[in-house]
Design a protein around this ligand. Sequence first.
Ligand code: KG4
Ligand code: ZN
Length: 339
Amino acid sequence: MTMKEPLILGIESSCDETAAAVIRGRSLLSDEIISSAQLQAKFGGVVPELASRAHTDAVDEVTRRALENAGVTKEQLDAVAVTYGAGLLGALLVGLSFAKGLAYAQNIPLIGVNHIRGHLAAAYLEDGSLEPPFVTLLASGGHTAILYAASETKFEILGGTLDDAAGEAFDKIARVLGLPYPGGPHVEALAQEGKPCIPMPRMLKGTGGYNFSYSGLKTYIINYVHTAEQCGEVYSRADVACSFQHAALDILVQKTVEAAHEKGTDTVTAGGGVIANGYLRETLSEACRREGIRLVLPAKRRCTDNAAMIASEGLIQYRAGNFSPLSINAVPSIPLRGE
Ligand code: KG4
Ligand code: ZN
């Protein structure tokens, strides 16, 4: 007889998305998000105090919706998984305190989840049969790295960015091009109207192992745009966006495929906000198809911040018996580690 799969509620509030989701084992039952991104866009970025207040307004409602859409009650839950870091301190505390109250009231385990581990765990919900080892491309607003997952809980960092994260580069280029926050989707939309015709710096193509560097590319584009504006030259913002997008993302695809070959694995997964980019999804899919690699790509909605991925990592910790005390605190910054 198989054991009943645990029913886990995930809660996420590290930045500007208040999210709650319910999973039964690796089956996703609901996935709710209330975002304050539009409010933050007025200020050109996330204002921490506004984010905390928005989470406080939304956390109860988003959780109620997640339970309702999953067709379960809080009494049926086996555990609550919640992001404890990294992120904005005040924002994290809202979700964490709410989850603590729920775990205490229901007398069920609380599982503090590292947000980045959540991004890595999103792929498990996409394909129930996914098992390590595999190579993962992680690309978010704070991290860009290629990892080798030896097991569900242990990974090796094969390489990472030496300066900006890929998402951060998108956000900075968006600002230079006068596009609103959050930059990534706006740069992608503008890039669709342009051509990759502007020669860009070579990044760390063919060198630097599995490391990346975005500062040279960023500086090059800032200079290109400013020089054109100062000289009154006509330039195409769409071509800049498109050329940047190709340069910033092609290198990720290339190095991920190389890493899979070197590690001798035929499976690649991906996670983080930048993986929602359509051009990256197409080129990575195409490269994996060509190389005979199985690609497990989370749905776009589960690449950017969401609670389903937190519940998914919660399931891994639940099975490992790693529970958190009710005294667990929020941690604004957590270095990427393999353990
Ligand atoms: O994973 P995420 O939602 O939050 C972090 O944990 O950082 O990633 C956010 C980052 C932002 O920098 C955003 O501009 C970028 O992901 N992003 C994108 C796209 N959607 C979000 N970058 C490129 N193309 C997109 N479609
Ligand atoms: Zn994230």
